[in-house]
Design a protein around this ligand. Structure first.
Ligand code: NAP
Length: 297
């Protein structure tokens, strides 16, 4: 099965490519700018013609949540028009699309995990652009699986987990927000899940349930709780550790408002595809171990 992954330099795309490389079922090619630019329809057409994939996985997005408030047109251009363009071109080629979205489509006012039936109400430009992107992808390609995920981390690149380890090297005490709850998602777990869904929608297209799904690490925790888990694992293996002081979001102002509570209920994913995301703590354990092992190599 041939898979085309967009946004090749990104965190999820790189993890997908790595996981796919050891798969016997999937042959994946990750492409990024300039060869595959979602704002250039000719480049999308060329990529689809050259690769002739069985399925497209769209990870490319404008993901800088705070900058999106300052330059909304760029966020909408990619997250809505670019997403619609790749979905439409995939439809022309009779190819399904797996597209990524976010928990930031919700306003965070709930106190129980969000299901796909909950009404989205984004509080940021990024969240609104991703929500409009979901609608645009669904309109452009009937064969779509839209996965709302959250708080992605991996041993590579810059994300919350790598930042915590880095900051613990520089300081013995750090402040971390304790009043935002979400579902931390390990990029490798997400990549496994995305590839399993891709295989299912290609091998059993008639049975596939096209639509929107929540796909995040199982369970929920605050940023502060996540940092505590990172340091608990790091301590076990002799890595850097810092003392954490919990703070409120008001003490860590950001340009874009984040949802206070955005834990995702992933039961629909399990019911439909028979796939379950592991507990977020499992991902943290593997991520921190790999991160510190890679550094000591
Ligand atoms: N990270 C999270 O915590 C999180 C949470 C929820 C949902 N998501 C969603 O998950 C998906 C993947 O996120 P990620 O963390 O992997 O994002 P990422 O690391 O920021 O990667 C996004 C990629 O999109 C590429 N891109 C930008 N403009 C493009 C264009 N015009 N054409 C083609 N590619 C372009 C970027 O390429 P360049 O390197 O060329 O700039 C970058 O490599 C996104 O849809 C995001 O909204 C992420």
């Amino acid at each position: 099965m041939r898979v085309l992954i967009t946004g090749s330099h990104g965190q999820v795309a790189q993890t997908l490519a790595r996981v796919a490389a050891s798969s016997t079922e999937v042959s994946a090619l990750a492409m990024g700018r300039p060869a595959l630019d979602l704002c250039s329809v000719p480049s999308i057409r060329r990529a689809l013609f050259e690769i002739s994939p069985d399925v497209v996985i769209n990870t490319a997005a404008y993901t800088d949540v705070d900058s999106a408030e300052r330059e909304p047109q760029k966020a909408f251009e990619l997250n809505v028009n670019g997403a619609a363009a790749i979905a439409a071109e995939a439809a022309q080629a009779k190819v399904p699309i797996v597209h990524l979205s976010t928990d930031y489509v919700f306003d965070g006012k709930k106190s129980a995990p969000y299901t796909e039936d909950d009404e989205p109400s984004p509080t940021s430009v990024y969240g609104l652009s991703k929500l409009q992107g979901e609608v645009a992808v669904a309109d452009a390609n009937a064969k779509h699986v839209i996965l709302r995920t959250a708080w992605i981390y991996s041993p590579e690149g810059r994300n919350f987990v790598t930042t915590m380890i880095e900051r613990a090297r520089q300081s013995s005490k750090i402040e971390v927000v304790d009043d935002q709850i979400g579902s931390p998602t390990y990029a490798r777990h997400l990549a496994d899940l995305i590839l399993s869904i891709a295989v299912q929608v290609v091998s059993q297209p008639a049975a596939s349930a096209w639509g929107v799904y929540h796909a995040a690490g199982s369970g929920g925790v605050s940023w502060c709780g996540l940092a505590q888990e990172v340091f608990a694992v790091s301590r076990e293996i002799g890595g850097p550790v810092a003392q954490i002081r919990p703070i409120n979001s008001s003490q860590y102002p950001t340009v874009a408002a984040r949802p206070q509570y955005a834990q995702l209920d992933c039961a629909k994913l399990e019911r439909t595809f028979g796939l379950e995301m592991p507990d977020w703590r499992e991902g943290v354990r593997d991520c921190v171990r790999r991160l510190l092992a890679d550094e000591s190599d």
